[in-house]
Design a protein around this ligand. Structure first.
Ligand SMILES: [Zn+2]
Length: 479
């Protein structure tokens, strides 16, 4: 049964990598992934999936399914890119489009893994007359507007029995770490413009407010839990120095391991923003984003995925691929690689300091920990047992959201990991379709880990399309 799926992936390797490469080239901003989602939807249709697009108020969202009835096994694919991370398919920093978007988180592979796994498992489902449904979720805007959260709020995951997704990373592991809750907020300050030299006394600088707020928040850091994260950018700070800026804007992310740990920090950041407005006699408008959820890991699903990774076997890289990785590795410090391995408590980390590509398939070692990042996969994990596994698409020690990741995601190193991940996912989907006991175990574990907590759904949540299109114009103007 798995052979049917894996043979399909082997036979169609070129088509699969071509799709990934096309999405890599499109490099579209979240909620505006028009070409990428069209390509995925058309491919699914071609392979006999019933396809719906534009669900949950998002034109680029997709739900496609094959088969019938229970269980419903979902695979999720992302395809949004990141600003300022454009890079050519070369092992050094050289933007393909200066200041352009790039797949610095490997979401071109994320979406294509799920696509290939769904189609391949679908072939096995037909050929071996299996019961149940394989459902592909095309989930837009992971990086900027949390598309899965909108789909969850619209109830689109309610009948799913288990969900899988694959995130490119630098290790092969079906991780058991949770993820931080995240809250995004834009702070708009409105002041009064005036000639900065001629009439400074008449002006009230909105930029001063942004700067003072940042200073206040940086003092706050000492007095919050160490697991929390606060980071910001100044999105607009004025036009030119001789005009007192009457408008300025910062964008903050605040993160903590659970919602009740996040809320008090958010309130204190808000007080600092109000204080900054008061000090500068400017007006504050806070555009508060969502307070999401932390990820509920699942050991049952982790074990299924790990067993499938081992059944597929460690990817074998060619000497050219190792040479590419070695050249790329020159852009990172050995010390940073060591820090990354130690920080993540990778078992026997010393063994991997000299490796540019880590091929080992790990057992998940990090149950009970929280990774500092956040993902909208977490929202899905509250609704249905969910596993997002990683494979080594990126070189060892290179940061996430980096030009190095963009380079790897569009070349042979990424392709090899994509095929490995697609086979792993297809095998795992087939295991779940044919083992109702394991699906029940996964559900039982999820409920135990939720400790009676439930997801508070709001079916009226809408995607901020206008805002996204405006920002896309800014970021993709050069494309
Ligand atoms: Zn990502």
């Amino acid at each position: 049964m798995k052979e049917t799926a894996w043979n399909w992936i082997d036979t169609n390797r070129d088509e699969i990598t071509e799709i990934s490469d096309k999405i890599w080239e499109y490099a579209e901003y979240g909620l505006c992934e028009d070409k990428s989602s069209k390509l995925l939807a058309e491919t699914l249709e071609k392979h006999g999936f019933k396809v719906k697009t534009g669900v949950a108020t998002m034109p680029t969202a997709i739900i496609a399914e094959k088969g019938e009835g229970k269980p419903v096994i979902a695979v999720m694919g992302e395809y949004d890119a990141l600003p300022n991370l454009s890079n050519k398919r070369v092992p050094h920093k050289e933007p393909l489009i200066e200041g352009g978007m790039g797949h610095g988180c490997g979401h071109n592979i994320h979406g294509t893994t799920a696509l290939a796994a769904a189609i391949a498992a679908g072939k096995a489902l037909e050929e071996h007359k299996l019961k149940g449904t394989i459902r592909f979720y095309g989930t837009p805007a992971e990086e900027n507007f949390s598309g899965k959260r909108i789909m969850v709020n619209h109830g689109l995951f309610d009948d799913v029995d288990a969900a899988l997704s694959h995130h490119p990373g630098s290790l092969n592991v079906a991780t058991l770490a949770s993820s931080n809750v995240i809250s995004g907020c834009r702070f708009h300050f409105y002041g009064k413009s005036s000639h900065a030299a001629g009439n400074p006394e008449a002006g009230r600088s909105a930029l001063d407010a942004v700067e003072l707020m940042n200073v206040g928040v940086n003092y706050l850091r000492e007095h919050i839990i160490p697991e929390a994260r606060i980071h910001y950018v100044i999105e607009y700070g004025g036009g030119q120095p001789n005009v007192v800026p009457d408008y300025a804007r910062s964008h903050y992310y605040i993160r903590a391991p659970e919602q009740d740990l996040l809320e008090p920090i958010k309130e204190r950041v808000m007080k600092i923003a109000e204080g900054a407005a008061m000090m500068t006699e400017t007006r504050l408008e806070a555009d508060i984003g969502y307070g999401g959820y932390h990820k509920i890991p699942n050991r049952v699903l982790s074990e299924i995925v790990t067993a499938n990774m081992r059944a597929v076997g460690e990817p074998q890289y060619t000497s050219e691929e190792y040479a590419f990785a070695a050249e790329l590795a020159q852009s990172i410090e050995l010390e940073d690689r060591e820090t990354a391995l130690r920080k993540n408590k990778v078992p026997d980390w010393e063994k991997y300091v000299d490796k540019d590509i880590v091929t080992t398939i790990f057992d998940a070692w990090n149950d009970g920990t929280t990774s500092p990042g956040s993902t909208d996969v977490a929202d899905v994990s509250w609704i249905t047992p969910t596993m997002e596994f990683n494979t080594a698409c990126n070189i060892n020690g290179a940061p996430g959201h980096s030009w190095q990741f963009t380079a790897c995601s569009g070349t042979a190193v990424g392709h090899r990991s994509l095929i490995f991940a697609a086979k792993t996912m297809a095998g795992s989907v087939l295991d779940l379709l044919t083992n109702p006991d394991r699906v029940a175990d996964a559900r039982e574990e999820q409920l135990k880990r939720l400790r009676g907590k439930t997801y508070d759904k709001d079916p009226t949540v809408e995607a901020p399309l206008e805002k996204a299109r405006e920002l896309a114009k800014e970021y993709m103007g050069k494309h």
